[in-house]
Each structure stands twice: as C-alpha cells, then as structure tokens.
Design a protein around this ligand. Structure first.
Ligand SMILES: [Zn+2]
Length: 360
C-alpha cells in the first residue's frame, strides 16, 4: 500500500513536469499558428487567434472517463488537415440553433476552428448540425469537438487528425503583381472586409446536400490546395502565404460553372482576385471563383450545379490564365477535393447514426 502511494507521488511529479513542458511548447505553437492563419490569403482576418493556455496542476488520480453530456455524431471520424467535418446533435428543449456553437480543439485544448450550428431539418425537429474544417496548419494527433450553448460546454467527442504533407512553391511577381500585394489601398481594405464579412457568416438555408462537381472540364492543375508559397517581389524581398484553393491551368474563355446549387452572394471585380464570384451552399459553406475574364451571374441569383458563372481569365493577381477555385467553411479554407469525394452534409448518414445512439 505504501509502495503504491510512493508510486502515485512520483507519477504526480512526473505528470506535473510533463504539463510544464507541454505548456511552454503550446504557447510557442499557438503563436506560430496565429501567424500562419494571418498569412493564409494575405487578406485581413477577423478570426480570433488560439487562446493562451493556462497552467493547471492536475490531481494524481486519473480523471473519470469524459462521457459526453449529449450524444454527438461526427462524419467522418478521422480526417486530414484542410478537410471538413460535419457535427450533428439533438438540441433538446430550447433548441434555437443560433445559441449553439461548435469548436474544434487540439490535444492542448487550443481552439483551432469554430462554427455556428444550424437546423438540419426545416421543421426544426431538434437535430442541429454544423460544418467545421480542420485548418491546413493543424498538427496531426488527437483532437476534440466541443458543443457549446451560450458559452457552456454541453458535450465533447474526440477524433483523430491524420498527418498530411503540403507542397512548397515559389512564385516570382512582376511590378504590377508586386504592387497588388504590397501597396496599401483603402479600396483593397474595403474589399477584404467585405469578403471576410461574407465567409465568416452562417446562414440558415441548406441549398445543396450532394457532392460538389469541379467548376471546369479540366484536370490540369498549376497549384494545389495548401501549397506553402513564397512570393518573390521585384524588390527581391519575399513574403509567404498558404494557397487557399486549387488552380486550374485553363485558357482564357473557358466556361466556369457552379460546383453545386446555391445563391450568388458576390459577383464583382476585386483588386487582388479580379472578377470574382462567391456562392453560398450551406450555412457557413461557400465556393469561390477568382481571376475570371467575365462574370455572367448577378448577386442574389440562385444557381444550380453546373450553371454557367462566367469565363476564366487572368484578372487580378495572376501570373497567367487560370481559374482559382476555393471552398470556405466558417471562414476556414478547405480542400475542394474533399467536397467532390463525398457529400459534406449526408443527412441520411447523420439521422441513421443518431438513431443508433437512441436519440430519434
Ligand atoms: Zn490560386
């Protein structure tokens, strides 16, 4: 018995030391991730960075197994950085979706992403869902989805972030493109604020439930999702960014079509991205089309999957004709290939899993 107590005491010290070491790495990591979030597009971000980690001494006894207060469904249960996840749960009595938030935390409890919940069914039968993305900068390992209502944790479920490598590329910019990235311009700031206002908002309407289709009839890609980029300016100076979408190397005039049903929420010229179109597909889920030669839809219009949005080109910051296609989930850039591989909101799978948990 005495030997056991001694062992527990040693374990306690060991755990405390490990926590100390862990927290100091966590702070560096939090700082690093905050920097890379800001770098993602060169656009101004209104995202809140990861919270400071507090040092907490845990008791020697192992904490009781954390049983979720509310059953939560995750589809899929393992994914890579840059991929989307659908979370669903029963709201219970006072189930107004607007009161619920879903957060994604890493094993150090740092908040990597967040999303607002929405009603899965129009009759408001009590099933709420949220789509959330693992940022491309997330490290592999155990992670946590937390459901909160008015800031109070209602339930948690763990999942695993797999390892993923991203390519590196260097892009040389001429004087005009250097200016687009480096010369301050109030119009550029206004356009950036408008863009973040759109992609950080979560509506209530579900326009599409199926898998997305690629926007051009070509498989030739000149840049991949998540490329770690170095921009080299005419001055010789460099800057880094993470490529937020995929680039299709198609000639000017190639038809660009809607990847899924949705509403046109932006269709206009922007300084950095040229002729640009943004479609809203699900609460918090948007597809984005940049550098087009022409736009053939208007803001507010509804489109079906495959409808013509315009023609590709090389307007804005572009080193040649291409289509930049990007998907945002609650503000986070996400791998478009994850959306063509499977439906992001698989209602049948969600309802069947909730049924298995005895909630329906
Ligand atoms: Zn691009």
């Amino acid at each position: 018995m005495k030997a056991m107590t001694g062992l527990k005491h040693k374990l306690s010290i060991l755990i405390f030391l490990l926590l100390l070491a862990d927290c100091s790495t966590a702070k560096k990591e939090a700082a690093r991730e905050a920097v890379s979030t800001a770098e993602q597009t060169g656009e101004m971000s209104v995202e809140i960075g990861p919270a400071e980690t507090e040092l907490v001494e845990t008791p020697v006894e192992a904490p009781p197994e954390a049983a979720p207060a509310m059953p939560i469904v995750l589809i899929p249960e393992e994914l890579r950085p840059g991929e989307p996840l659908t979370v669903a749960f029963m709201a219970g009595g006072d189930g107004a979706a607007r009161n619920f938030r879903v957060a994604l935390l890493n094993s150090r409890e740092e908040r990597l992403a967040k999303a607002a919940a929405f009603s899965l069914e129009e009759d408001g039968a009590g099933v709420l869902a949220a789509t959330i993305a693992v940022p491309s900068t997330a490290l592999p390992g155990e992670a946590l989805i937390r459901v909160e209502k008015d800031g109070v944790t209602l339930g948690e479920i763990s999942f695993h972030i797999a390892d993923r490598e991203f390519a590196a590329e260097e892009i040389e910019l001429n004087q005009q493109n250097t200016n687009i990235r480096t010369v301050p311009d109030p119009q550029k700031t206004t356009e950036s604020e408008q863009l973040w206002g759109i992609i950080n908002s979560t509506g209530t309407e579900i326009f599409t439930a199926g898998a997305f289709v690629p926007p051009v009839n070509s498989t030739r890609r000149t840049s991949s999702y998540g490329d770690r980029r170095v921009y080299r300016y005419v001055t010789g100076k460099t800057d880094t960014a993470i490529h937020a979408g995929v680039d299709y190397g198609v000639p000017t005039g190639t038809p660009v079509s809607a990847c899924a049903e949705g509403r046109v929420v932006l269709a206009r010229f922007r300084i950095s991205t040229g002729n640009s179109v943004i479609l809203e597909h699900l609460p918090g889920v948007y597809s984005i089309y940049y550098h087009m030669d022409s736009i053939q839809v208007t803001e507010g219009a509804m489109v079906s999957s495959g409808d013509l949005l315009g023609e590709s080109g090389s307007t804005g910051l572009a080193t040649g004709p291409h289509l930049h296609w990007e998907i945002r989930v609650s503000g986070e850039n996400t791998d478009p290939d994850a959306f063509t591989a499977r439906p992001v909101l698989d209602k049948a799978a969600i309802l069947s899993k909730l049924g298995e948990l005895g909630n329906l």
